[in-house]
Design a binder for this molecule. Sequence first.
Ligand code: GLY
Ligand code: MN
Ligand code: MN
Length: 524
Amino acid sequence: MTEHSTGPAGTPQPLGERVENRSQRPDSPAFQQFMASQWAEAAPARTERLPVADFAAARRRRISERFPGERLVLPAGPLKVRSNDTDYRFRPHSAFAHLTGLGLDHEPDAVLVLEPVEEGAGDDGGHHEATLYFRPLAGRDSKEFYADARHGEFWVGPRPTLEELRASHGLRTQDLSALEVAVTKNAGPTELGGVRVRLVREVDLNVDALVDTSRINTGVDLESADALDGELAEALSELRLVKDEHEVAQLQEAVDATVAGFTDIVHVLPAAAGHRHRGERMVEGAFFARARTEGNDLGYDTIAACGNNATVLHWIRNTGAVLPGELILVDAGVEADSLYTADITRTLPVNGRYTEVQRRIYQAVLDAADAAFEVAVPGNRFRDVHAAAMEVLARRLESWGLLPVPAEVSLSPEGQHHRRWMPHGTSHHLGLDVHDCAQAKRELYLDGVIEAGMVFTIEPGLYFKAEDLAVPEEYRGIGVRIEDDVLITQDGNVNLSSALPRTPDEVEAWMTGLWHAREGADPS
Ligand code: GLY
Ligand code: MN
Ligand code: MN
């Protein structure tokens, strides 16, 4: 029993203090003084402005235009507990990352505030001044340095100083302790001369509470404030529908790393097929190694789905075996350090050769994808991309005798029988979130007009479950998806993931080529 096990006079020790029961932390003045001394000078602050700073400033300028006279509050979000006192790796909220340019592991608890100023007198001639509130690096003479396991430099590494982030990202910076005043000062009902505050909600509950308390105290109607917050989330989502040059470059970087990850998957397949029951995890692991080496992380959990598991659309358990003669569907994306993610699917024959029926199904999906690429051009509507893919699949299913009604009927809104085997959408926007721009209005998303600079996936599939009695036995237990990442250009589109083979012949040649190269490689 340690001195901490009970409080004074045997009262039970508060639960929050029990974390101290497993280790002893020195805190004598002599120790503190010694810890604060004899450290070499820190490296000089980095003062170069990063290329992303100008792009982020232009994005802020556009959102400023939309909300003059209003205070906009965008939290990065806090660290999230994984279990007990261990956190997940930090990943800031995407709207915050978009408007600050901050990526990898920056800055838990930070909040970006766009403070309204006189119209045109703000940053870059806009109507706001942007300030980033965050917890700057604490000095080595602080207790935080060695005693704070969540934030201290000794535990989790250094953070930037206020000066460093000001220089690198072109933002005003303030200590987090100034946030409360910054968010609440002069806030209140506009009809009484108060400043309207709009918040990106449900990112940081502490900031939600701060804003809500201020609203209650100043008599702001909470329900209408909620609707105003919703409009901000929608506008921030819509701001990302068309990517700038920096975002396109980051997406290409994420795609390139993902392509390299798929090469690693082909290399590991023979070993995965040799694993007694969890080959799918070996495939997942090979991809993850590449993601961590070349990027920040995964944009989403990898789907490594062999055989019938490929008919489970989001199979992320990856607990299955990898069996020769079956297909393995791998849906994976590297998230770059900037937090932009790829989202690519290939469906590979485990032993390097498609069977006749696998190839037939694969070709149908490929033809659907090619039809979708044809219409993914400026001026068409986003929904046309899905319609083009469905047209191909419905007609193919009809030709195979699988549809209970003519394709025409299936393609009508009253039919849709073909969707039994392709129940998901064909496309979604891609960016900082794998399903990017998710809060955009329907008029701008599904019903929106395709524009140059948009990036979205094209990902038709066909999924025949092992227990699907509506199809002949030879189809059962086969799932195929082909997913590419597409940039819309002025006069068409570019397949950002074209470096990965797509046709069955190309896939087979690529796989066997990689295996032969390895066999022939000189191990020395
Ligand atoms: N990886 C999820 C999706 O393709 O949408
Ligand atoms: Mn996708
Ligand atoms: Mn995907």
